[in-house]
Write a protein that binds this ligand. Structure first.
Ligand SMILES: [Zn+2]
Length: 307
């Protein structure tokens, strides 16, 4: 899939740019080393002081210039135990960062020549980097809603909720709407169920006290005002979808993006991995103004999350 043509020039990062910056595994390793230890300077465990480290030819190691002790930029990263080339990993991240609606393991398999299993594993690992769990929603107005994943009977655009005890998986979403009515960040979480205590728990986790929360009239949202929120509701059950400012169209827009992606690109997503797909969609949605420099943000997560 081609990147959107409307990306402003300064946010454009083409395949040619990618190949120039990352011609081989060495340049990828160097990039990760720089992210973790700028100029290779870090405290040497043996010397006990800051030392510059130089690349050890033929190994994924850098050696202390004073004592020769090795450090490994890939240690604790998703690349550590992989036998797949770093350039392939980087290219997979580039592709993920360059499409609006996602790319399948099948596509990456075709483009890089790795096996399907490897491509699939890489994608799962990369998605695991994209969690927005630590995000706090700061908009003064939040739309909150759930969607349900799985089960053959669910049709696109179908309203209503499965009964409790159904095998469908509940996903709870919250999205900011700030004062200029612009849409801000989204958080989407797989939930054990759509019961009141679950939804209230997620609200408390992500939404600041005294925010205004827009929901529909689903019973599990009852009592949100008791948590210190201004709670406004739209009566979906009466087929009312917008009443002045009160609606949940931003989060519904996000849901349709997710459903289109999962249906169109990823086909069958099992409940087990649903959260990682949601991570990918949220990560992309929350950084939708970064063009296909999104790749660099995904890449930055590698060393941020290195253990
Ligand atoms: Zn040393």
């Amino acid at each position: 899939m081609k990147p959107k043509q409307s990306i402003p020039k300064e946010l454009r990062y083409t395949v040619a740019d990618f190949n120039r910056e990352f011609p081989n595994d060495d340049s990828c390793l160097e990039h990760i080393k720089e992210q973790r230890w700028q100029d290779g300077v870090t405290k040497c465990e043996k010397c006990g002081v800051e030392q510059k480290h130089h690349r050890v030819t033929g190994r994924t190691a850098y050696a202390c210039q004073a004592c020769g002790n090795h450090i490994y930029p890939l240690a604790g990263t998703v690349f550590e135990k992989s036998t797949t080339s770093l350039k392939t990993w980087f290219y997979a991240m580039y592709l993920m960062g360059s499409t609006r609606c996602g790319i399948s393991a099948k596509q990456i398999q075709r483009e890089t020549g790795v096996t399907y299993k490897t491509a699939w594993r890489m994608f799962r690992q990369i998605r695991s980097l994209l969690s927005e769990e630590g995000l706090q929603l700061e908009g003064s107005t939040i739309e909150m809603d759930e969607m349900y994943h799985g089960g053959k009977r669910q049709r696109m655009g179908q309203r209503g909720r499965p009964s409790f005890g159904s095998h469908k998986v509940a996903v709870v979403g919250m999205v900011e709407r700030n004062t200029e009515k612009r849409i801000g960040h989204v958080v989407a979480r797989v939930a054990p169920n759509a019961k009141k205590e679950t939804l209230h728990g997620l609200a408390k986790e992500y939404i600041l006290p005294s925010s205004t929360v827009f929901t529909d009239d689903f019973v599990s949202y009852d009592g949100l005002q008791n948590l210190g929120y201004v709670h406004r509701r739209i009566r979906h059950s009466a087929r009312i979808y917008v009443s002045g400012d009160v609606h949940t169209q931003a989060i519904e827009g996000f849901w349709s993006l997710v459903k289109r992606g999962i249906g169109g690109v990823y086909h069958n997503v099992s409940a087990k991995y649903l959260q990682t797909y949601l991570n990918e969609y949220s990560f992309r949605f929350n950084r939708r103004d970064t063009g296909n420099l999104l790749f660099k943000l995904i890449l930055a997560r590698v060393s941020q999350l290195a253990s």
